[in-house]
Design a protein around this ligand. Structure first.
Ligand SMILES: *Cc1c(COP(=O)(O)O)cnc(C)c1O
Length: 489
Protein backbone atom coordinates (compact mmCIF):
# COMPACT_ATOMS: atom_id res chain seq x y z
CA UNK A 1 0.00 0.00 0.00
CA UNK A 2 1.25 3.50 -0.78
CA UNK A 3 2.06 5.53 2.28
CA UNK A 4 0.23 8.83 2.47
CA UNK A 5 2.37 11.73 1.49
CA UNK A 6 1.87 15.43 1.73
CA UNK A 7 2.00 18.59 3.77
CA UNK A 8 1.79 16.86 7.13
CA UNK A 9 4.95 14.86 6.49
CA UNK A 10 7.54 15.67 9.16
CA UNK A 11 9.99 16.94 6.56
CA UNK A 12 7.27 18.83 4.74
CA UNK A 13 8.15 17.28 1.41
CA UNK A 14 6.54 14.79 -0.90
CA UNK A 15 7.44 11.36 0.33
CA UNK A 16 6.91 8.02 -1.31
CA UNK A 17 8.13 5.29 1.02
CA UNK A 18 7.09 2.53 -1.35
CA UNK A 19 9.84 -0.05 -1.44
CA UNK A 20 11.66 0.94 1.73
CA UNK A 21 11.41 -2.62 2.96
CA UNK A 22 12.21 -4.33 -0.30
CA UNK A 23 15.42 -5.93 -1.52
CA UNK A 24 16.70 -6.39 -5.04
CA UNK A 25 16.44 -9.98 -6.37
CA UNK A 26 20.23 -10.34 -6.58
CA UNK A 27 20.64 -9.33 -2.98
CA UNK A 28 17.85 -11.68 -1.91
CA UNK A 29 19.60 -14.56 -3.59
CA UNK A 30 23.01 -13.65 -2.17
CA UNK A 31 21.61 -13.48 1.33
CA UNK A 32 19.62 -16.70 1.03
CA UNK A 33 22.68 -18.46 -0.36
CA UNK A 34 24.79 -17.18 2.51
CA UNK A 35 22.17 -18.28 5.04
CA UNK A 36 22.08 -21.74 3.47
CA UNK A 37 25.90 -21.90 3.50
CA UNK A 38 26.02 -20.98 7.17
CA UNK A 39 23.48 -23.66 8.02
CA UNK A 40 25.16 -26.38 5.99
CA UNK A 41 28.56 -25.48 7.51
CA UNK A 42 27.00 -25.61 10.95
CA UNK A 43 25.51 -29.01 10.26
CA UNK A 44 28.81 -30.31 8.86
CA UNK A 45 30.69 -29.37 12.00
CA UNK A 46 27.89 -30.30 14.39
CA UNK A 47 29.21 -33.63 15.63
CA UNK A 48 32.67 -32.14 16.26
CA UNK A 49 31.11 -29.44 18.44
CA UNK A 50 29.68 -29.84 21.91
CA UNK A 51 25.97 -30.53 22.26
CA UNK A 52 25.61 -27.40 24.35
CA UNK A 53 26.88 -23.88 24.37
CA UNK A 54 25.53 -20.94 26.27
CA UNK A 55 26.52 -17.74 28.00
CA UNK A 56 25.41 -15.82 31.06
CA UNK A 57 23.29 -12.74 30.61
CA UNK A 58 26.15 -10.48 31.67
CA UNK A 59 28.06 -11.77 28.69
CA UNK A 60 25.21 -11.49 26.21
CA UNK A 61 23.37 -8.33 27.15
CA UNK A 62 26.20 -5.90 26.28
CA UNK A 63 26.24 -7.33 22.76
CA UNK A 64 22.57 -8.07 22.27
CA UNK A 65 20.62 -5.27 23.90
CA UNK A 66 19.96 -1.66 23.16
CA UNK A 67 17.80 0.47 20.92
CA UNK A 68 16.98 -0.63 17.37
CA UNK A 69 18.93 1.31 14.74
CA UNK A 70 17.06 4.12 13.03
CA UNK A 71 18.86 3.47 9.75
CA UNK A 72 19.47 -0.01 8.43
CA UNK A 73 22.81 -1.80 8.35
CA UNK A 74 24.27 -3.99 5.60
CA UNK A 75 22.20 -7.15 5.45
CA UNK A 76 25.14 -9.53 5.08
CA UNK A 77 26.63 -8.09 8.25
CA UNK A 78 23.36 -8.55 10.16
CA UNK A 79 23.17 -12.15 8.97
CA UNK A 80 26.76 -12.83 10.05
CA UNK A 81 26.04 -11.30 13.44
CA UNK A 82 23.08 -13.61 13.96
CA UNK A 83 25.22 -16.58 12.98
CA UNK A 84 28.16 -15.54 15.16
CA UNK A 85 26.70 -13.77 18.18
CA UNK A 86 23.24 -15.24 18.72
CA UNK A 87 22.50 -18.64 17.28
CA UNK A 88 25.56 -20.53 18.58
CA UNK A 89 24.69 -19.70 22.20
CA UNK A 90 22.10 -22.40 22.54
CA UNK A 91 21.84 -26.11 23.07
CA UNK A 92 22.52 -27.97 19.85
CA UNK A 93 19.44 -30.07 20.26
CA UNK A 94 20.05 -31.91 17.01
CA UNK A 95 23.59 -32.92 18.04
CA UNK A 96 24.04 -36.72 17.94
CA UNK A 97 24.88 -36.61 21.66
CA UNK A 98 21.95 -34.42 22.63
CA UNK A 99 20.22 -36.74 25.10
CA UNK A 100 18.67 -34.19 27.46
CA UNK A 101 14.97 -33.34 27.86
CA UNK A 102 13.27 -34.28 24.57
CA UNK A 103 15.40 -33.35 21.57
CA UNK A 104 14.60 -33.16 17.89
CA UNK A 105 16.81 -33.65 14.85
CA UNK A 106 15.22 -31.89 11.89
CA UNK A 107 15.72 -33.00 8.32
CA UNK A 108 16.82 -30.40 5.78
CA UNK A 109 13.59 -30.54 3.72
CA UNK A 110 11.71 -29.77 6.93
CA UNK A 111 13.87 -26.72 7.56
CA UNK A 112 13.40 -25.53 3.99
CA UNK A 113 9.66 -26.07 4.25
CA UNK A 114 9.51 -23.50 7.06
CA UNK A 115 11.47 -21.09 4.87
CA UNK A 116 9.20 -21.67 1.90
CA UNK A 117 6.01 -21.40 3.91
CA UNK A 118 7.19 -18.11 5.41
CA UNK A 119 8.29 -16.82 2.03
CA UNK A 120 4.96 -17.58 0.40
CA UNK A 121 3.20 -15.87 3.33
CA UNK A 122 0.88 -18.78 3.92
CA UNK A 123 -1.84 -18.41 6.52
CA UNK A 124 -3.66 -21.71 6.98
CA UNK A 125 -6.64 -20.11 8.70
CA UNK A 126 -9.20 -20.79 6.00
CA UNK A 127 -9.65 -22.71 2.76
CA UNK A 128 -10.07 -19.43 0.91
CA UNK A 129 -6.73 -18.04 2.08
CA UNK A 130 -4.84 -21.32 1.70
CA UNK A 131 -6.50 -24.11 -0.24
CA UNK A 132 -3.35 -25.98 -1.32
CA UNK A 133 -1.83 -25.77 2.16
CA UNK A 134 -5.16 -26.74 3.78
CA UNK A 135 -5.33 -29.80 1.54
CA UNK A 136 -1.78 -30.76 2.54
CA UNK A 137 -2.61 -30.29 6.22
CA UNK A 138 -5.65 -32.55 5.71
CA UNK A 139 -3.47 -35.09 3.93
CA UNK A 140 -0.75 -35.15 6.58
CA UNK A 141 -3.29 -35.33 9.40
CA UNK A 142 -4.81 -38.22 7.50
CA UNK A 143 -1.43 -40.01 7.45
CA UNK A 144 -1.25 -39.59 11.21
CA UNK A 145 -4.85 -40.76 11.54
CA UNK A 146 -4.10 -44.00 9.76
CA UNK A 147 -0.82 -44.59 11.62
CA UNK A 148 -2.69 -44.19 14.90
CA UNK A 149 -5.50 -46.47 13.78
CA UNK A 150 -8.17 -43.78 14.06
CA UNK A 151 -11.45 -44.02 12.09
CA UNK A 152 -12.32 -41.97 8.99
CA UNK A 153 -14.35 -39.44 11.02
CA UNK A 154 -11.24 -38.46 12.95
CA UNK A 155 -9.68 -35.09 12.24
CA UNK A 156 -7.15 -32.73 13.65
CA UNK A 157 -4.82 -29.84 13.16
CA UNK A 158 -1.25 -28.76 13.61
CA UNK A 159 -0.53 -26.72 16.72
CA UNK A 160 2.51 -24.98 18.12
CA UNK A 161 3.23 -28.05 20.26
CA UNK A 162 1.95 -30.58 22.74
CA UNK A 163 0.96 -27.90 25.24
CA UNK A 164 -1.36 -26.15 22.80
CA UNK A 165 -2.68 -29.50 21.59
CA UNK A 166 -3.67 -30.44 25.13
CA UNK A 167 -5.46 -27.14 25.65
CA UNK A 168 -7.49 -27.68 22.47
CA UNK A 169 -8.20 -31.27 23.52
CA UNK A 170 -9.26 -30.33 27.02
CA UNK A 171 -11.60 -27.62 25.72
CA UNK A 172 -13.22 -30.23 23.46
CA UNK A 173 -13.43 -32.69 26.37
CA UNK A 174 -14.98 -30.16 28.69
CA UNK A 175 -17.63 -29.17 26.12
CA UNK A 176 -18.37 -32.82 25.28
CA UNK A 177 -19.12 -33.28 28.99
CA UNK A 178 -21.47 -30.29 28.89
CA UNK A 179 -19.11 -27.98 30.74
CA UNK A 180 -20.35 -29.00 34.20
CA UNK A 181 -19.70 -27.26 37.49
CA UNK A 182 -17.19 -28.88 39.88
CA UNK A 183 -15.36 -30.62 37.06
CA UNK A 184 -12.41 -32.91 37.81
CA UNK A 185 -9.55 -34.15 35.62
CA UNK A 186 -7.35 -37.25 36.15
CA UNK A 187 -3.77 -37.94 35.21
CA UNK A 188 -0.86 -39.91 36.60
CA UNK A 189 1.97 -38.63 38.77
CA UNK A 190 4.12 -38.90 35.61
CA UNK A 191 1.98 -36.63 33.44
CA UNK A 192 3.57 -33.58 31.88
CA UNK A 193 2.96 -30.19 33.49
CA UNK A 194 1.41 -29.07 30.19
CA UNK A 195 -1.64 -31.19 31.07
CA UNK A 196 -2.02 -29.60 34.48
CA UNK A 197 -1.77 -26.22 32.85
CA UNK A 198 -4.35 -27.21 30.24
CA UNK A 199 -6.71 -28.21 33.07
CA UNK A 200 -6.17 -24.86 34.73
CA UNK A 201 -6.79 -23.02 31.44
CA UNK A 202 -10.14 -24.77 30.92
CA UNK A 203 -11.17 -23.77 34.43
CA UNK A 204 -10.26 -26.88 36.41
CA UNK A 205 -8.06 -25.59 39.24
CA UNK A 206 -5.07 -27.57 40.52
CA UNK A 207 -7.03 -28.86 43.52
CA UNK A 208 -9.51 -30.50 41.11
CA UNK A 209 -6.80 -32.26 39.12
CA UNK A 210 -6.43 -35.74 40.62
CA UNK A 211 -2.93 -37.14 40.53
CA UNK A 212 -3.18 -40.91 40.19
CA UNK A 213 -0.24 -43.00 41.47
CA UNK A 214 1.74 -45.28 39.17
CA UNK A 215 3.12 -48.82 39.38
CA UNK A 216 6.75 -50.03 39.41
CA UNK A 217 7.10 -49.09 35.77
CA UNK A 218 5.51 -45.68 36.20
CA UNK A 219 2.21 -46.67 34.56
CA UNK A 220 -1.05 -45.31 35.89
CA UNK A 221 -2.66 -47.53 38.53
CA UNK A 222 -6.13 -48.46 37.23
CA UNK A 223 -7.55 -49.32 40.63
CA UNK A 224 -6.48 -45.97 41.99
CA UNK A 225 -8.14 -44.26 39.03
CA UNK A 226 -11.40 -46.15 39.61
CA UNK A 227 -11.38 -45.25 43.28
CA UNK A 228 -10.65 -41.59 42.63
CA UNK A 229 -13.46 -41.27 40.10
CA UNK A 230 -15.94 -43.13 42.32
CA UNK A 231 -15.02 -41.02 45.35
CA UNK A 232 -15.39 -37.83 43.33
CA UNK A 233 -18.77 -38.83 41.94
CA UNK A 234 -19.94 -39.68 45.47
CA UNK A 235 -18.77 -36.27 46.65
CA UNK A 236 -20.64 -34.45 43.88
CA UNK A 237 -17.79 -33.77 41.51
CA UNK A 238 -18.05 -34.24 37.74
CA UNK A 239 -15.17 -36.21 36.22
CA UNK A 240 -14.71 -34.86 32.67
CA UNK A 241 -11.29 -35.90 31.38
CA UNK A 242 -8.74 -38.65 31.95
CA UNK A 243 -5.32 -38.01 30.44
CA UNK A 244 -3.10 -41.00 29.65
CA UNK A 245 0.60 -41.05 28.84
CA UNK A 246 1.89 -42.71 25.70
CA UNK A 247 5.48 -41.94 26.52
CA UNK A 248 5.70 -40.06 29.82
CA UNK A 249 8.49 -37.54 29.43
CA UNK A 250 10.60 -38.67 32.39
CA UNK A 251 10.56 -42.42 31.81
CA UNK A 252 8.88 -43.13 28.48
CA UNK A 253 6.19 -45.02 30.43
CA UNK A 254 3.04 -46.03 28.61
CA UNK A 255 -0.15 -46.09 30.65
CA UNK A 256 -2.52 -49.09 30.30
CA UNK A 257 -4.28 -47.60 27.29
CA UNK A 258 -6.74 -50.44 26.61
CA UNK A 259 -7.86 -50.65 30.22
CA UNK A 260 -8.18 -46.86 30.43
CA UNK A 261 -10.21 -46.81 27.21
CA UNK A 262 -12.54 -49.53 28.53
CA UNK A 263 -12.99 -47.66 31.76
CA UNK A 264 -13.50 -44.21 30.25
CA UNK A 265 -15.99 -45.64 27.77
CA UNK A 266 -18.02 -47.25 30.53
CA UNK A 267 -17.90 -44.07 32.64
CA UNK A 268 -18.53 -41.67 29.79
CA UNK A 269 -15.33 -39.74 30.45
CA UNK A 270 -13.22 -38.14 27.69
CA UNK A 271 -9.92 -39.97 27.26
CA UNK A 272 -7.01 -37.86 26.05
CA UNK A 273 -3.71 -39.53 25.23
CA UNK A 274 -0.63 -37.38 25.61
CA UNK A 275 1.67 -38.91 23.03
CA UNK A 276 3.59 -35.68 22.51
CA UNK A 277 6.99 -37.27 22.33
CA UNK A 278 6.20 -40.98 22.10
CA UNK A 279 3.35 -41.02 19.59
CA UNK A 280 5.37 -41.40 16.42
CA UNK A 281 6.54 -44.79 17.64
CA UNK A 282 3.35 -45.99 15.93
CA UNK A 283 5.10 -45.88 12.56
CA UNK A 284 7.14 -48.91 13.64
CA UNK A 285 5.79 -52.37 14.24
CA UNK A 286 7.20 -52.51 17.74
CA UNK A 287 5.85 -49.09 18.63
CA UNK A 288 2.36 -49.69 17.30
CA UNK A 289 2.23 -52.86 19.42
CA UNK A 290 3.34 -50.93 22.50
CA UNK A 291 0.77 -48.19 21.92
CA UNK A 292 -2.15 -50.49 21.17
CA UNK A 293 -5.35 -48.95 22.46
CA UNK A 294 -4.30 -45.40 21.55
CA UNK A 295 -6.85 -45.52 18.72
CA UNK A 296 -9.64 -45.69 21.30
CA UNK A 297 -8.86 -42.30 22.82
CA UNK A 298 -11.14 -39.33 22.18
CA UNK A 299 -8.10 -37.17 21.47
CA UNK A 300 -4.38 -37.66 20.93
CA UNK A 301 -1.63 -35.06 21.07
CA UNK A 302 1.68 -35.66 19.30
CA UNK A 303 4.69 -33.54 18.39
CA UNK A 304 6.43 -33.90 15.06
CA UNK A 305 9.14 -31.62 16.53
CA UNK A 306 10.20 -34.45 18.79
CA UNK A 307 10.31 -37.94 17.28
CA UNK A 308 9.39 -37.11 13.72
CA UNK A 309 12.48 -35.11 12.87
CA UNK A 310 10.98 -31.68 12.28
CA UNK A 311 12.08 -28.19 13.29
CA UNK A 312 10.06 -26.33 15.92
CA UNK A 313 7.11 -25.86 15.93
CA UNK A 314 5.17 -28.91 14.82
CA UNK A 315 2.65 -30.10 17.37
CA UNK A 316 -0.53 -31.84 16.40
CA UNK A 317 -3.89 -32.80 17.86
CA UNK A 318 -6.21 -35.48 16.53
CA UNK A 319 -9.73 -36.11 17.76
CA UNK A 320 -11.65 -39.27 17.07
CA UNK A 321 -14.73 -37.32 16.06
CA UNK A 322 -14.07 -34.17 14.02
CA UNK A 323 -17.26 -32.50 15.23
CA UNK A 324 -15.99 -32.38 18.82
CA UNK A 325 -13.41 -29.79 17.79
CA UNK A 326 -15.42 -28.03 15.14
CA UNK A 327 -18.47 -27.57 17.40
CA UNK A 328 -16.36 -25.87 20.03
CA UNK A 329 -13.96 -23.76 18.02
CA UNK A 330 -16.08 -23.14 14.91
CA UNK A 331 -17.18 -19.65 15.74
CA UNK A 332 -17.78 -17.75 12.54
CA UNK A 333 -17.08 -14.04 12.84
CA UNK A 334 -18.59 -11.72 10.20
CA UNK A 335 -15.13 -10.63 9.16
CA UNK A 336 -14.50 -14.17 7.89
CA UNK A 337 -17.95 -14.72 6.36
CA UNK A 338 -16.49 -15.00 2.84
CA UNK A 339 -14.39 -17.97 3.84
CA UNK A 340 -17.13 -20.50 4.49
CA UNK A 341 -17.01 -22.97 1.65
CA UNK A 342 -18.87 -25.73 3.40
CA UNK A 343 -18.03 -28.89 5.26
CA UNK A 344 -15.88 -30.33 2.50
CA UNK A 345 -13.53 -27.35 2.73
CA UNK A 346 -12.60 -27.05 6.40
CA UNK A 347 -11.19 -23.88 7.82
CA UNK A 348 -8.42 -24.89 10.21
CA UNK A 349 -9.07 -21.75 12.27
CA UNK A 350 -12.33 -23.47 13.28
CA UNK A 351 -10.48 -26.35 14.93
CA UNK A 352 -8.36 -24.73 17.60
CA UNK A 353 -7.27 -21.59 19.41
CA UNK A 354 -5.24 -20.06 16.58
CA UNK A 355 -6.73 -18.09 13.69
CA UNK A 356 -3.61 -16.97 11.83
CA UNK A 357 -1.66 -20.19 11.49
CA UNK A 358 1.66 -21.01 9.93
CA UNK A 359 1.88 -23.88 7.46
CA UNK A 360 3.43 -26.53 9.71
CA UNK A 361 2.18 -29.53 7.78
CA UNK A 362 4.46 -28.67 4.86
CA UNK A 363 7.60 -29.72 6.72
CA UNK A 364 6.23 -33.14 7.46
CA UNK A 365 4.89 -33.49 3.93
CA UNK A 366 8.15 -32.42 2.25
CA UNK A 367 10.46 -34.50 4.40
CA UNK A 368 8.32 -37.64 4.04
CA UNK A 369 8.09 -37.09 0.26
CA UNK A 370 11.86 -36.74 0.03
CA UNK A 371 12.98 -39.63 2.26
CA UNK A 372 9.99 -41.98 2.23
CA UNK A 373 8.36 -43.69 5.16
CA UNK A 374 10.81 -46.60 5.27
CA UNK A 375 13.56 -44.16 6.26
CA UNK A 376 11.36 -42.59 8.92
CA UNK A 377 10.45 -45.99 10.33
CA UNK A 378 14.12 -46.95 10.56
CA UNK A 379 14.96 -43.63 12.20
CA UNK A 380 12.27 -44.07 14.89
CA UNK A 381 13.28 -47.71 15.47
CA UNK A 382 16.86 -46.65 15.95
CA UNK A 383 16.02 -44.59 19.05
CA UNK A 384 14.24 -47.52 20.64
CA UNK A 385 17.10 -49.90 19.82
CA UNK A 386 19.79 -47.59 21.17
CA UNK A 387 17.88 -47.04 24.41
CA UNK A 388 17.49 -50.80 24.83
CA UNK A 389 21.22 -51.26 24.25
CA UNK A 390 21.91 -48.50 26.76
CA UNK A 391 19.78 -50.35 29.30
CA UNK A 392 21.77 -53.55 28.75
CA UNK A 393 24.98 -51.58 29.17
CA UNK A 394 23.75 -50.05 32.44
CA UNK A 395 22.65 -53.45 33.76
CA UNK A 396 26.07 -54.91 33.03
CA UNK A 397 27.92 -51.98 34.56
CA UNK A 398 29.42 -52.38 38.04
CA UNK A 399 28.98 -48.62 38.59
CA UNK A 400 25.46 -47.94 37.32
CA UNK A 401 21.94 -49.10 38.11
CA UNK A 402 18.69 -48.86 36.14
CA UNK A 403 16.05 -46.55 37.61
CA UNK A 404 13.49 -47.08 34.86
CA UNK A 405 13.89 -49.51 31.95
CA UNK A 406 14.26 -48.35 28.36
CA UNK A 407 10.89 -47.30 26.98
CA UNK A 408 10.30 -45.39 23.76
CA UNK A 409 13.89 -44.19 23.56
CA UNK A 410 14.18 -43.08 27.20
CA UNK A 411 16.21 -44.72 29.96
CA UNK A 412 16.77 -43.55 33.54
CA UNK A 413 19.65 -44.77 35.68
CA UNK A 414 22.12 -43.58 38.25
CA UNK A 415 25.55 -44.17 39.64
CA UNK A 416 25.01 -46.67 42.43
CA UNK A 417 26.68 -46.58 45.82
CA UNK A 418 29.68 -48.81 46.45
CA UNK A 419 28.54 -49.77 49.90
CA UNK A 420 25.14 -49.77 51.52
CA UNK A 421 26.29 -47.35 54.21
CA UNK A 422 26.14 -44.44 51.78
CA UNK A 423 23.16 -42.17 52.52
CA UNK A 424 20.59 -41.30 49.85
CA UNK A 425 21.73 -37.71 50.18
CA UNK A 426 25.33 -38.64 49.40
CA UNK A 427 24.25 -40.78 46.44
CA UNK A 428 22.23 -37.91 45.06
CA UNK A 429 25.15 -35.54 45.47
CA UNK A 430 27.46 -37.97 43.68
CA UNK A 431 24.99 -38.22 40.79
CA UNK A 432 24.60 -34.46 40.60
CA UNK A 433 28.37 -34.20 40.36
CA UNK A 434 28.38 -36.70 37.51
CA UNK A 435 25.70 -34.74 35.68
CA UNK A 436 27.68 -31.52 36.11
CA UNK A 437 30.85 -33.13 34.80
CA UNK A 438 29.08 -34.54 31.74
CA UNK A 439 27.71 -31.06 31.15
CA UNK A 440 31.03 -29.25 31.39
CA UNK A 441 33.53 -31.88 30.27
CA UNK A 442 31.77 -34.04 27.69
CA UNK A 443 30.44 -33.17 24.25
CA UNK A 444 27.08 -34.65 25.34
CA UNK A 445 23.99 -32.99 26.77
CA UNK A 446 22.18 -35.10 29.34
CA UNK A 447 19.51 -34.15 31.86
CA UNK A 448 18.11 -35.57 35.06
CA UNK A 449 14.77 -36.06 36.74
CA UNK A 450 13.29 -37.11 40.06
CA UNK A 451 11.67 -40.55 40.15
CA UNK A 452 9.48 -40.85 43.25
CA UNK A 453 11.78 -38.40 44.94
CA UNK A 454 15.01 -40.10 43.85
CA UNK A 455 17.45 -38.21 41.68
CA UNK A 456 18.00 -40.01 38.40
CA UNK A 457 20.11 -39.46 35.32
CA UNK A 458 18.22 -39.76 32.06
CA UNK A 459 19.05 -40.31 28.39
CA UNK A 460 16.48 -39.56 25.71
CA UNK A 461 17.79 -41.06 22.48
CA UNK A 462 15.66 -39.91 19.56
CA UNK A 463 18.16 -38.44 17.11
CA UNK A 464 18.37 -40.16 13.73
CA UNK A 465 22.11 -39.47 13.48
CA UNK A 466 23.06 -40.91 16.88
CA UNK A 467 25.32 -43.96 16.73
CA UNK A 468 25.97 -46.60 19.37
CA UNK A 469 29.42 -45.07 19.83
CA UNK A 470 27.76 -41.77 20.79
CA UNK A 471 25.72 -43.54 23.46
CA UNK A 472 28.49 -45.88 24.63
CA UNK A 473 31.14 -43.18 24.97
CA UNK A 474 28.71 -41.06 26.96
CA UNK A 475 27.94 -43.99 29.26
CA UNK A 476 31.66 -44.69 29.63
CA UNK A 477 32.26 -41.11 30.69
CA UNK A 478 29.39 -41.37 33.19
CA UNK A 479 30.97 -44.55 34.62
CA UNK A 480 34.35 -42.85 34.87
CA UNK A 481 32.93 -39.77 36.60
CA UNK A 482 30.74 -42.04 38.70
CA UNK A 483 33.66 -44.04 40.06
CA UNK A 484 35.39 -40.84 41.09
CA UNK A 485 32.24 -39.32 42.60
CA UNK A 486 31.50 -42.42 44.65
CA UNK A 487 35.12 -42.94 45.70
CA UNK A 488 35.55 -39.38 46.93
CA UNK A 489 32.33 -38.39 48.67
C1 LIG B 1 7.05 -32.18 25.22
C2 LIG B 1 5.88 -32.75 25.89
C3 LIG B 1 4.74 -31.98 26.14
C4 LIG B 1 4.69 -30.50 25.84
O1 LIG B 1 4.78 -30.28 24.45
P1 LIG B 1 5.37 -28.91 23.84
O2 LIG B 1 5.48 -29.25 22.40
O3 LIG B 1 6.69 -28.68 24.51
O4 LIG B 1 4.38 -27.85 24.12
C5 LIG B 1 3.66 -32.61 26.71
N1 LIG B 1 3.69 -33.91 27.02
C6 LIG B 1 4.76 -34.69 26.78
C7 LIG B 1 4.73 -36.14 27.13
C8 LIG B 1 5.90 -34.13 26.20
O5 LIG B 1 6.97 -34.90 25.97
Amino acid sequence: MEASAGADHPHGEQSDTHGDLLMAPEQMLDLARRAAELLVERNESLSADDAWDGEFREGLAPVLAGEPPEEGRPAAEVLERAAREILPYAARLDHPRSFGFVPTSPTWPGVLADFMAAGYTINVATWLTASGPSQVELAVIDWFRRWLGYPEEAAGLFTSGGSAASVDAFVAGREAAGNPERATVYMSDQSHVALRRAAMIIGVPPESVRTIPTDDEFRLDMDALRRAVADDRAAGFNPIIVSANAGATATGAIDPLEAMADYCESEGIWLHVDAAYGGFAVVTEEGSGLLRGIERADSIGLDAHKWFFQPYEAGCLLVKDASTLQDVFGIRPDILQDTIWGANHPNFADRGIQISRSFRALKVWMSVQVFGMAAFRRAVSRGMELATRAEAYVRASPVLEVMSPASLGVICFRVKPEDSAMTEEAIEQANRNVLARVFWEEPALMSSTMLRGTFSLRLCILNHTTTWDDVRETLEAIERFGREAIAAP
